[in-house]
Write a protein that binds this ligand. Structure first.
Ligand SMILES: Nc1ncnc2c1ncn2[C@@H]1O[C@H](COP(=O)(O)OP(=O)(O)OP(=O)(O)O)[C@@H](O)[C@H]1O
Ligand SMILES: [Mg+2]
Length: 399
């Protein structure tokens, strides 16, 4: 065995360094180890800047992850998973002769059925930069508000200042229905701004080079502008499209009158919104054309609402139970009460969001007095049907 007393790299002797790691024919000191590890990290960074392929997830795995957090909406989950996986495949494609078409997605569905939740959940699962933006905050360039380029700035920040990563990112445009222009007959001048935003988005969605000033990103502290190519950025639009069902209905009825008895064949398909319906709603055709797959989220059923209350990860009941536990009080609901809460939520047509309102209404009087419950020896609260119908009134101030 050799007796090495100095680092083979920097020649410093054993006494000059903190630690010397000795091998068969050479040795390395702690300082050189540090230096080398720095070099390795640097190459990793620069490699990533070029074309490091991202590992392609399995659509089933994405779907299973979504299942843990979102009740129902199976078709929507499948379409979204596949679209995301295809996005990964596309950004990994190195063949310059084969251009894979980008399939931007539009998620339509009633309020409170999980559109935003689905976007957030999938974002957590993925390892490409992801931003969720509210289309209502966007304005045309030149107006007060965020212009559409701000989406790309945010994506750049999410990518930690890595241009190549940013160019592979995903932008979720929530509330996309709110930038529809009003019906054709309307003459309100404000309509124009919605259409203007759509026009501005159009360029981003179909792919453009835009310059952003990367303020706030860590890697580039200067305010020098950066150019981002948006060709490969995936856009997912989401919106409730209130009133779209009426447009669909009118179309279906129109067909019924026009073609009489022939309608029967395709009724189920005919009730799905078509690109034309979206144009009639107020999206410009070019914009609709860029979103090739549409996902329809469904109204939640009573059983699904109960699942959201009691079984899904982070369910509402578990959340309130935890809050009560902080004061040493057990909270329970009997089956009838849950049924009634779901029933009332169904009639309010607010989707799962209404569950929260219902629970607050029923539980607020208890929560107001929770700190005093243990003194009164109340250690267990059971909510029943009666309390849902007529919640306890809040204790009045001493009078
Ligand atoms: N399918 C679902 N599974 C579990 N929880 C749900 C589901 N849908 C909605 N929720 C619950 O309701 C809340 C509101 O849902 P979300 O924000 O996704 O609605 P949305 O479809 O985006 O509605 P809007 O069109 O009004 O924006 C969520 O935070 C979640 O707690
Ligand atoms: Mg939403």
């Amino acid at each position: 065995m050799s007796m090495l007393n100095a680092c083979s790299f920097c020649s410093k002797s054993k006494d000059q360094v903190l630690k010397l790691i000795v091998g068969e024919n050479s040795a390395i000191c702690n300082e050189c180890v540090n230096l080398c590890s720095g070099l390795l990290i640097d190459t990793k960074k620069t490699r990533r800047n070029k074309t490091s392929p991202v590992s392609i997830p399995d659509p089933r795995a994405i779907c299973e992850y979504l299942d843990q957090h979102i009740v129902g909406q199976h078709t929507a989950k499948q379409v979204l998973s596949v679209a995301i996986v295809n996005h990964y495949k596309r950004i990994n494609n190195l063949d310059p002769d084969l251009e894979i078409q980008k399939a931007n997605i539009l998620m339509l569905g009633p309020t409170g059925t999980g559109k935003t939740l689905m976007a957030r959940t999938v974002a957590r699962y993925l390892n490409v930069p992801f931003v969720i933006a509210d289309a209502t905050t966007l304005t045309e360039a030149g107006y007060v508000g965020d212009d559409v380029e701000s989406l790309i700035s945010r994506l750049y920040i999410a990518a930690d200042g890595d241009v190549a990563q940013c160019e592979k990112g995903i932008v979720f445009l929530d509330e996309i229905d709110k930038i529809a222009r009003k019906s054709e007959s309307s003459t309100v001048s404000r309509d124009v701004s919605g259409e203007g935003v759509q026009q501005a988005l159009l360029k981003l969605v179909e792919g453009t080079r835009c310059r952003i000033s990367p303020q706030g990103s860590r890697r580039t502290p200067t305010t020098e502008s950066v150019e981002i190519d948006t060709t490969n950025i995936l856009f997912i639009g989401g919106g409730a499209f209130v009133g779209l069902d009426q447009i669909v209905k009118n179309r279906v009825q129109g067909t019924a009158i026009g073609f009489g008895a022939q309608l029967t064949a395709n009724t189920t398909d005919a009730t799905q919104p078509t690109p034309d319906d979206l144009v009639r709603y107020g999206l410009i055709p070019e914009f609709v054309g860029r979103f090739s797959s549409t996902v329809n989220l469904q109204d939640l059923s009573k059983a699904q609402l109960i699942d959201i209350l009691t079984t899904i990860k982070n369910n509402f009941v578990a959340q309130y139970k935890w809050l009560f536990e902080q004061d040493g009080v057990n909270l329970d609901f009997d089956a009838d009460s849950l049924d009634l809460i779901a029933e009332r939520t169904l009639t309010s047509r607010t989707g799962a969001r209404g569950l929260h309102a219902e629970l607050e209404r029923v539980l607020l009087p208890h929560m107001f007095d929770l700190p005093r419950y243990s003194k009164q020896n109340i250690l267990h609260v059971v909510i029943n049907k009666d309390q849902v119908n007529t919640p306890m009134t809040l204790a009045q101030e001493n009078q």
